[in-house]
Design a protein around this ligand. Structure first.
Ligand code: ADP
Ligand code: ZN
Length: 214
């Protein structure tokens, strides 16, 4: 089963992907994580991507598509979760070709629906461990000691693009560039809309239910 998780910034794509990896052993392909990894390692890709990401803009399609092409080359038969890709119609079109190259299909696109009013607080309150990437939230899932990761003791900080001014831009970019993908996948008969609100394990159960139907 190969799926894409789709939804606004803060809809919970990363959190739910992590749960799917844990419980189903699926391969997680997160373009956001791949970019952040490249930035941390100061690779040419990272240096290029950083200027877009910090401003809350999209990394150009050609760069992003090239990155996903490399990742798809090394997926096995465990199934994969695309998280944060595709994010534009041209990316979705390119994905069709990439899948074909690898003899894979995308089975379903799960759209996590969260009202706009909840996204801002989810994102401004998000904290991410600099060392292990664990995600917390200052109200919903605080670390035991403020600023310190429970798992590895690393520094738990706010992402640069989770600052309020940048979030507003990311939500606009989402509305303009990514939301149109909803009708793209609806027409393809692959879209499944899910309620992304409430506790994370309840959202996971909704996802599980959809996957079990197949
Ligand atoms: P979120 O879903 O919370 O916005 P991500 O970690 O998925 O966070 O993405 C962070 C940033 O990485 C995006 O704002 C964008 O700049 C860049 N990015 C991630 N995926 C893509 C993509 N498919 N196309 C272009 N840019 C992307
Ligand atoms: Zn950590």
């Amino acid at each position: 089963m190969n799926i894409a998780l789709f939804g606004a910034p803060g809809a919970g794509k990363g959190t739910q992907s992590a749960a799917l990896v844990d419980r189903k052993g699926m391969k997680h392909i997160s373009t956001g994580d791949l970019f952040r990894y490249a930035i941390k390692n100061e690779t040419p890709l990272g240096l290029e991507a950083k200027k877009y990401i910090d401003a809350g803009n999209l990394v150009p399609d050609a760069v992003t598509i090239g990155l996903v092409r490399e990742e798809l080359k090394c997926v096995g038969d465990t199934g994969f979760i695309l998280d944060g890709f595709p994010r534009t119609v041209p990316q979705a079109e390119a994905l069709e070709g990439l899948l074909q190259e690898n003899g894979k299909t995308l089975d379903q696109v799960l759209f996590l629906e969260v009202p706009k009013g909840q996204l801002m607080s989810r994102l401004t309150g998000r904290r991410v461990c600099k060392s292990c990437g664990a995600v917390n939230h200052i109200d919903a899932k605080p670390t035991k000691i403020e600023g310190v990761c429970d798992i590895c003791g690393g520094e738990s900080v706010q992402r640069i693009d989770d600052q309020e001014e940048t979030i507003a831009n990311r939500l606009d970019v989402y509305e303009n560039s990514t939301a149109p993908l909803k009708s793209f996948y609806k027409e393809a008969g692959k879209l499944v809309e899910l309620d992304g609100t409430g506790p994370t394990d309840e959202v996971f159960e909704r996802i599980q239910e959809v996957l079990d139907r197949n």
